[in-house]
Design a protein. Sequence first.
Lengths: 337, 337
Amino acid sequence: MRIAIDAMGGDNAPDEIIAGVLQSIESLSEDDELILVGPEEIIEAQLPSLKSRKGAVSVVHAPDIIAMDEVPIGTLRKKPKSSIAVLAKLAKRGQTDAVISAGNTGACVAAFQMRMRNLSGVNRPGIAVVFPTPGGPVVICDVGANIACKPIHLYQYGVMAGVYSKHLLGIENPRVGLMSIGAEDAKGNEVVKKARELMKSDSNMNFVGNIEGRDIFDGTCDVVTCEGFVGNVILKLTEGLVDGLFKAIKYELMEEKLRLAMKFKHIMKRIYTKYDYNTYGGAPLLGVNGTALICHGASESRTIRNAICASKRFYTEKINNKIVEYLSDTCVRTTDG
Amino acid sequence: MRIAIDAMGGDNAPDEIIAGVLQSIESLSEDDELILVGPEEIIEAQLPSLKSRKGAVSVVHAPDIIAMDEVPIGTLRKKPKSSIAVLAKLAKRGQTDAVISAGNTGACVAAFQMRMRNLSGVNRPGIAVVFPTPGGPVVICDVGANIACKPIHLYQYGVMAGVYSKHLLGIENPRVGLMSIGAEDAKGNEVVKKARELMKSDSNMNFVGNIEGRDIFDGTCDVVTCEGFVGNVILKLTEGLVDGLFKAIKYELMEEKLRLAMKFKHIMKRIYTKYDYNTYGGAPLLGVNGTALICHGASESRTIRNAICASKRFYTEKINNKIVEYLSDTCVRTTDG
C-alpha cells in the first residue's frame, strides 16, 4: 500500500512529521511505501537515514506551503504546488492509496474533495473524530468540513461514522445519536428535525434519537452526527475545557500540598494516556473516494505514526466499500442536497 | 420590589423552590415581596411558617403544571393556568417586577417573550449564562432561546451580554468574542460572517473577533455571542464533560489508593465551589421588557435564593435601561431580522 504524507503540515512540521514516518516503518509490511510530500531539500536534509531504507520512503517534491491560517479556496488556486495540493493530485492520479496531512484543515478538505470526488451515494464528505470517553470511543461526524449542512448530510454522517465505528472500532451495532438541544422530537432547528425523520426511516440504523451535549460522555451512543460548525465547537471546547480543568486542579493541588500535587501528576498522566486522541492518529474525511486522514495541527510524531497505521486499517478493511454498499441498500433518499 | 417565583419549576420542585424562597427572605429589604406561583394547596401545605411572615411571601394560585419535557408552544395554549403562563401574565399586568422559573425552558422563553414583549431596539431575546472560568466569569448568550439566529441577533447578544458583564459582574470594558470555527475573517457560516461585520462596525464594542470553542476557558474574552443551538450544546457539553472528567479522576484515584481519593475529594469540592454555576442563580432572558430569570432544571434551594438576589440586582442596576440606551445610540442597524 502507498501512503502519502504532507511533510509540511501542522505546527510541528517537518520534524515531528518525518520522525513519525520513520517510527512507523517497522510496523509496515514489505510492500508498503511511504511518500513524503514537501520541499525536497528540506525533507532530504532531515532524512539522512533515508537512503539506507530505500524503497520504504520516497519523496515527492512540492515547493509551496499553505500556512495554517490561510484561507483555503483562494490559496489552493494560488499554490498548485503546495504540499496539500500535490497530495490531492497524487490521490487523483492513483499514485497513492492514502493521503495524510496535519496541515490547514480547510485546505485539506477542499483539495481532497475536489480531486478525489465523493463516494457513490455520498452527497457531502464529513470529518469524523473519535472521542475517547469513559463509556468507550464515540465517533463524531462532522467536525468542520461542512458548515452548510442539509438533512441528508446529517443522515449520511450517521451512516458513515456508524460503518467506521463498527468496522474499525469493533462496536457491534453502533448506537447513532443526533445532536440537538433536547431529547424530544420537537426540539432542534429545521435541519435537525428533518434529519431525524430520515434517520428514523432507516430500519438498518440503530438510531437512538436526539442527544444533548452532555450525552457525548455518558455512554448514550457510539456515534454522534452534527453539522460541521457545531461539531467543530464541540471538538475545540472539549480540548479547551479538559486543559482548563486540569490546570485548575493542578492549581488547587499546589495550593494544598506539593507532595499531593506530585502524586496527582501521575494520575493525570494515566488519564491523559487513556483518553489520548493521538491514539487514533487522525480524523478520516469520510465520503471521499479514497483514504484521507486529517490530523490535529499539534500532531506529534506518534500521532503521525498512528495515523499511518489508521490509514492502513481504513484501506485494508475496505471502509469505503462498506459505506457505498450501505448507501446503495438504504431506502433513504432525498432530492434536496 | 416584587419577585414572582414558579413554585413548580424544575426537577426538585416544589420543595427546593420553596426552601430557596424562605432562605432568601433574610437578605431582602422590608418592602420586598415574594410571590409564589403554583397550586395553592401544594404551596400552602409546604409553607406552615408562611403566616408568621405575612407580607413577605404571598401565593398566586396556578393549578396547572407544564412538565419539563412538554412541547412549549402548544402546551402554553392548552394550559393558560400553568405556573409559567400565570407568571408571565403577572409580569404583563405589572403585578410583579421580576419572574423566576426553573421549569421548562422553552415554555418560559415563549411565555415571557409573548407577554413581556421586547425591549425597545431588541429584535430577539437571548438567554445569557455565566460560565465561571479560571480567567473570571464569561457570559455566553444565547444558550437556547433562539435557534433561527440572524446576524443582528448575534450582534445584539454581544451588546446585551456586554452590559450585563459590565454592570453586574464588574468587568470594566468587556471583551466580546464571536463563536466561530477559526480566528480568521473568512471562517464561519454566513450568519457569523455577517454578524462579524456588524460587530466590527460598532466602535463602542470591545470586539475581539472570532473565537473558537477552546477560547471560552483561556481568558480570551468576557462575553461570547453565539446562536442558541450552538450555545445550548456548549452549555450541556460543559456540564457533561466536567462531570465525566471528575468521574474519570475519581475512578483512577480509587484504583490507586483510597487515602489519596479521600484527599482529592476535598480538592474537588473546592473546585466545585469555585466554579459553581449555582452562585449565579439563574440565567437572565436578556431583551425582554422586564426582569426574567430562567434557572437550571436541577436547581437547589441555594440556586433559587441566589436567583432571587440576582433578579434584585438586575432590577435595581437598571440593566434594561442600559441596554436600551446602548442600542438607541448604536449606528448598527439592519432591515433584516
